[in-house]
Design a protein around this ligand. Sequence first.
Ligand SMILES: Cc1ncc(COP(=O)(O)O)c(C=O)c1O
Length: 414
Amino acid sequence: MTPEAFDIAFCRSQFPALALADGAGPRVYLDNPAGTQVPRQVIDRTVECLTARNANLGGYFTTSLAADEIVDMAHRACADFYNATTPGEIIFGQNMTSLTLHMSRCIGKTFRRGDEIVLSRMDHDANVAPWLLLAADLDLTVRWMDFDPDTYEFPEDALSKVLTERTRLLAMGMASNCTGTISDVKRFAAQAKAVGAIVYLDAVQFAPHHAIDVQTLGADFVVSSAYKWFGPHQGILWGREDLLKQTFGYKVRPAGDDLPHKFETGTLSHEGMAGTLGAIEYLEQFGAGSTRVERLRAAWSVIAGYEQRLTQRLIDGLRSFRGLTIRGITSGNAIDRRVPTVSFTLDGHQPEALAKDFARDNIFVWSGHNYAIEPVMRMGLMDKGGVLRVGLAHYNTDAEIDTLLASLARQIKA
Ligand SMILES: Cc1ncc(COP(=O)(O)O)c(C=O)c1O
């Protein structure tokens, strides 16, 4: 399929929130890396779950059986979303951060004093702090994979420089919530596996833009959050089945030892799972194929083509402003090495002040470090207010980008 096959009018008609307007005009949602809007399928699935399936799991009566059914459907849908081999590999949790704090304890159960872990300077704190806390508790050695602040990418030898025979874990992101860089996680995962390390990937910012195929990534764990990809507030972790089976699960005694129950502790958000299923049902509409995995893969390819064209328009427009520095990849030839999250700084303007001005024009953006503490520090921007972050999703339009650029031009003149 070609990018032209993406039907933006149809797409936007699926999202009730996109039709809302306020005194200052239509809402321009460019805050997507922090959370996306939801299509009708998500709302309908959530409401239906709360209306007709509102019970705990494992009972003999109608609502409990119906709750079991939707929870099972959601695991199957997410297994397809990640291209997992079995739904038992899918673990639902509150969000990526909570899942990672939980899993870091389970994974770290076999780590010993002096073992090493590799973390990334490109990552959101949710894939950094849980491991730092584990390292502090167990007296592990932390090594850092550093990126080049001029290219916004990891050099070829970024991992080999810090990997040793004692490395037990590599935790890194698939795409940055700050620079937008897509990292070559397949290559780094292969290097980490060669020394027997566990590979834990943060897919939160990659999942809203591209298909994930855990069967070819070479990782052991991949985690994302449905609210970043048009679903409800819900975290979803994939883990390799044999490893999940071996891994210790911190859980209450009555909870099952089978997958996924071993890691899905307590009563989860069934409505969140139902809504997540709705998000996947929404996405698969954009692709053809005889299986859901095929339809999702085709859908993401159509979506990525559309988004990349939009991203280039945004980057080209921003580059026309004097004193503006895009903190990420800008080359048209490398547009497939970034997601449509474009962070910038502008000489003489604090990111926070810009964000406030955009808000006056009903344009929603984020400023500051956005929890990307390591990247913002590495770029030397922590004491300068961080960045102004514009994050596109597939429901954004050329016109919205032009509105943003016109607003910025007005702010600079004012
Ligand atoms: C790259 C990345 N990882 C992790 C997170 C944390 O996700 P959650 O809010 O689901 O804990 C975010 C949130 O913005 C993120 O952008």
